[in-house]
Design a binder for this molecule. Structure first.
Ligand SMILES: *[C@@H]1O[C@H](CO)[C@@H](O)[C@H](O)[C@H]1NC(C)=O
Length: 337
């Protein structure tokens, strides 16, 4: 969520391939009504996010952290599929793509000078930007096309088009999801947006001003499931706003018979992590037969084995083994059953 600018291509993985190894699962994860089927099992699933795990260089670090998630019973880890550099950082730094400009791990803004635009709003419709982006998609999807570790492909992280007609993003999501589907007939595809633009109490997140018509986008034929995020303090709403936000999306998922993934959520006040976020989890789980398929909190924290250093604390981080972890992982997994 820190990366408010829009950043292309996020993969959701059920297990992260360490370097070039692909972890084999029984089958490719898929949609089953309004739920997900992982390894042949259809149920509500919990997981988390890690923007930093793809940047680790030591396979044992990755394997150890993944084993913590496995022990905890998490089945979905959402990771960044982008990390653009503006100059070659050398062999000891991970980067995914090289550009002449660079902002916040790259993303749409990294393409601007390469494709001759100056805003995200222009990026969605400029042919040169889209051909560069599709070339990147082709490379990433081609590499993991047959991997059972990939849960789903996501078109962007938090795409917005401020002040645009919602048709701009709907057209882009249609075109891009069709493109991914042309390369990969098996993995699920989702937009990766924050969930704006739907009927509700009229507060900012429900409005259409960020260029999103959530139901129209979810209805697109090659979009497999819907995503939404929840950051009340960034959005100027109260924490209790969250429960209605979850059920408003679930209602649309149920109507369209596609799963809803509550894909990022967080509060910055550490005292509120457990009481506030566990309420949202319970609301989501209670709607497991009414559209909700799973939830992933923002974000995973752990100690990196090779350095003994804790991963970055952005105020939302839930560290493995902490009291917050017990509350938001162990107890949640137990309730899910
Ligand atoms: C989904 O994408 C594929 C591949 O691009 C395309 O052939 C198909 O028409 C799309 N599905 C629908 C129903 O539009």
């Amino acid at each position: 969520m820190k990366f408010a600018s829009i950043l292309p291509f996020v993969a959701l993985a059920t297990a992260l391939p360490a370097s070039n190894e692909v972890v084999q699962r029984a089958s490719i994860s898929k949609v089953d009504g309004t739920k997900f089927n992982i390894d042949g099992v259809t149920k509500y699933y919990a997981g988390t996010n890690s923007y930093w795990i793809p940047f680790l260089m030591n396979n044992n670090d990755v394997d150890t952290i993944m084993s913590h998630l496995q022990t905890a019973g998490h089945k979905i880890l959402r990771i960044w599929g982008f990390n653009d550099a503006k100059s070659n950082p050398g062999s000891n730094t991970v980067y995914f793509q090289l550009f002449s400009d660079w902002t916040d791990y790259g993303g749409m803004a990294a393409y601007f000078s390469a494709c001759g635009v100056s805003s995200n709003e222009q990026w969605y419709t400029a042919a040169k930007c889209q051909s560069l982006y599709q070339n990147y998609i082709k490379t990433v999807v081609g590499r993991y096309r047959t991997s059972t570790a990939v849960f789903a492909w996501e078109l962007a992280n938090e795409p917005r088009c401020k002040g645009c007609k919602t048709s701009v993003l709907t057209d882009w999501i249609r075109k891009t999801s069709d493109y991914v589907r042309s390369l990969d007939s098996d993995h699920m595809i989702t937009a990766g947006d924050e969930g704006f633009g739907l009927a509700g109490d009229g507060s900012y997140p429900y409005q259409f001003g960020e260029g999103i018509d959530w139901e129209a986008n979810l209805a697109l034929p090659n979009i497999s499931f819907g995503t939404f995020h929840l950051y009340p303090s960034s959005w100027g709403v109260s924490n209790s706003f969250g429960n209605g936000w979850v059920t408003a999306h679930a209602k649309i998922c149920k109507k369209l018979n596609k799963p809803c993934l509550f894909e990022e959520y967080g509060v910055t006040n550490a005292q509120e992590h457990c009481p506030v976020e566990s309420e949202w989890q319970k609301t989501s789980l209670a709607a497991k037969n009414d559209g909700m398929a799973g939830d992933l909190f923002w974000q995973l924290g752990d100690t990196i084995p090779s350095t003994g250093q804790q991963t970055h604390n952005d105020g939302h981080t839930i560290y493995y083994g902490s009291a917050d972890w017990k509350c938001l992982v162990d107890e949640h997994i137990k309730r899910i059953g």
